[in-house]
Design a protein around this ligand. Structure first.
Ligand SMILES: Cc1ncc(C[n+]2csc(CCOP(=O)(O)OP(=O)(O)O)c2C)c(N)n1
Ligand SMILES: [Mg+2]
Length: 328
């Protein structure tokens, strides 16, 4: 995919936007304002941004609980922030908070707290695409830990057997909570060794949005042309602990090493080197993103809690007979 200067600036804007948003979430959480424990993806932004940039607006995205950038790229910011506070203007009108965020209106399947459980929902979205003939590709983001779950293998196998238009994206940050991934998997080196199932796969530098975009574009083309699923392993790293309440147990040197491969900095330096942006542009962008994000937090903090009747529209009202058959 050949990018023009405007597209390259747009990718950088999305990277910085995701970074500044989550930094603000952290500040709000630390000052006691966010109702749910953040599991931040700071450090992993290039995976979500690069991959989403490779998709069409109509394509399905199934994020993991940690994946944030694709949501920020598709859903209006005030809605995302309200969604985080569980207030009425959020995508679910206050039925969920950040961990379960989704917005089918924007092609984003709501995620769950059960690791790996959304993979088969994403495969289902691919199957629906096939059956409806609507050309939509389904991209699913999940952690390395999810590759140890049965759901992962079921999803890969079914998508491969049926040649479904699904792109499987492992956000391999090397850790599943407090456990290094190599301790709990039998593969020798890369998680794509799990692929089998006659599935094309590759390992990608997840800190470089251009690399992520190129690999995902290839997979999306394959899926859209009817040639089935692809497994991509994005090597990345989170800069924060698993969740904010958890004490950091990873090696300081390891964290430091990965911070030298900061996806936002890598992209910024490349744009500066290529003369696509200058310092003044970068400063203006940062200031305007901060302002927009602050305004969204102010909006969400003043947004009302959902009315009581919201809880009555979760399940359809039906009457059942003694055998569980639907009467009305
Ligand atoms: C089925 C299941 N088992 C355990 C947990 C507890 N848990 C929550 S997040 C997590 C780690 C997930 O690691 P990974 O898939 O690598 O994603 P990451 O947090 O690194 O983004 C675990 C074990 C859970 N939520 N669901
Ligand atoms: Mg992980």
């Amino acid at each position: 995919m050949n990018l023009n200067d405007e597209q390259r600036r747009e990718i950088y804007e999305n990277l910085l936007f995701a970074r500044r948003f989550e930094e603000t979430v952290l500040e709000a959480y630390e000052s006691g304002g966010v109702p749910e424990l953040p599991h931040l993806s700071i450090g992993q932004e290039a995976v979500g941004v690069g991959a989403t940039y490779a998709l069409s607006e109509d394509d399905w995205i199934a994020p993991s609980l940690r994946t944030r950038a694709p949501i920020l790229m598709r859903v209006p910011l005030k809605e995302v922030t309200a969604g985080m506070y569980g207030t009425v203007s959020g995508p679910s009108e206050g039925r969920t908070t950040q961990h379960h965020m989704g917005s089918t209106e924007h092609g984003i399947l709501g995620t769950t707290g059960m690791v790996g459980s959304h993979l088969n929902a994403a495969v289902g979205a691919g199957l629906s695409s096939r059956q409806l003939g609507d050309d939509r590709v389904s991209a699913v983001f999940f952690g390395d830990g999810a590759t140890t779950r049965g759901e992962f293998h079921t999803a890969l196998n079914y998508a491969a057997v049926e040649d479904l238009p699904v792109v499987f994206i492992i956000e391999n940050n090397g850790w599943t909570e407090e456990t290094p991934i190599e301790q709990v998997t039998a593969v020798e080196e890369d998680l794509i060794e799990f692929a089998g199932h006659d599935l094309p796969s590759s390992v990608v530098d997840g800190q470089d949005a251009d690399e992520v975009l190129a690999a995902t574009s290839e997979a999306v083309d394959r899926a859209r042309e009817g040639n089935g699923p692809t497994l991509l392993e994005m090597k990345t790293y989170r800069y924060r602990p698993h969740a904010e309440v958890i004490q950091e147990r990873r090696d300081e040197a390891e964290i430091k090493r990965w911070k030298q491969r900061d996806p936002v900095k890598i992209y910024r330096d490349r744009l500066l080197d290529d003369g696509v942006v200058d310092e003044a542009w970068l400063e203006d962008l940062d200031a305007s993103l901060r302002e927009e994000i602050e305004a969204s937090f102010e909006f969400a903090q003043n947004d009302p809690a959902p009315p009581e009747e919201t809880m009555y529209h979760v399940y359809k009202d039906v009457e059942v007979d003694r055998d569980g058959g639907v009467v009305r």
